[in-house]
Design a protein around this ligand. Structure first.
Ligand code: GNR
Ligand code: NI
Length: 175
């Protein structure tokens, strides 16, 4: 088991469009296991392979439900995910492990059906609403090289990019 390094904006690798997984080999299983460990270590509700520098269409999620949160209870592994049905619109304040310390309201589909392969390479469909629907879209965006800040209006994007740049510069001065 290994904790992987999470790439941070403005790392250009985060713009990479990941490639479909063609076979479920030991390498992919190892990647999934390390991504799950890394997601829990970083206290995220999801993690995409792009964020750990791997250009394969793999993501993991564990979105807490209504009940008491138990690690692993809602763990989902999605390989080659595709949104096959979407409905409605919702705005939600998103964060991202690759953009630490910043959040913004992002418009997403309210309900989605995602078709994907599971960790054993078996086909499946997830019908999601609420935070799970949002997180699925957020992770699929990562696999397409898209960050939540790319989904903001140009004005809001420019403001948040400037704030991030300033935070990085201020952080560097303190080193
Ligand atoms: O941990 C995370 N929380 C979150 C909150 C609102 C909308 C999306 C997310 S995903 C994020 C983890 C992450 O960056 N996944 O790529
Ligand atoms: Ni993210």
């Amino acid at each position: 088991m290994s904790i992987l390094e999470i790439l941070k904006y403005p790392d250009l690798f985060l713009k990479t469009k990941a490639k479909p997984v063609s076979k479920m080999d030991e390498g992919i299983k190892r990647l999934i296991s390390d991504m799950v460990d890394t997601m829990y270590f970083a206290k995220g509700i999801g993690l995409a392979a792009t964020q750990v520098g791997v250009d394969k269409r793999v993501a993991v999620l564990d979105v807490p439900g209504e009940e008491d949160y138990q690690r692993g209870k809602n763990l989902i592994v999605i390989i080659n995910p595709e949104i096959v049905v979407h409905e409605g619109e919702i705005k939600y304040e998103e964060g991202c492990l690759s953009v630490p310390g910043f959040t913004a309201n992002v418009k997403r589909f309210e309900n989605v059906t995602v078709r994907a392969l599971d960790k054993d390479g078996k086909g499946m469909e997830i019908k999601a609403e609420g935070l799970l629907a949002i997180a699925l879209q957020h992770e699929i965006d990562h696999l397409d090289g898209v960050l939540f800040i790319d989904r903001l209006s140009k004005l809001k994007r420019d403001i948040i990019k400037r704030k991030i740049k300033k935070a990085i510069e201020d952080g560097k001065k303190r080193l």
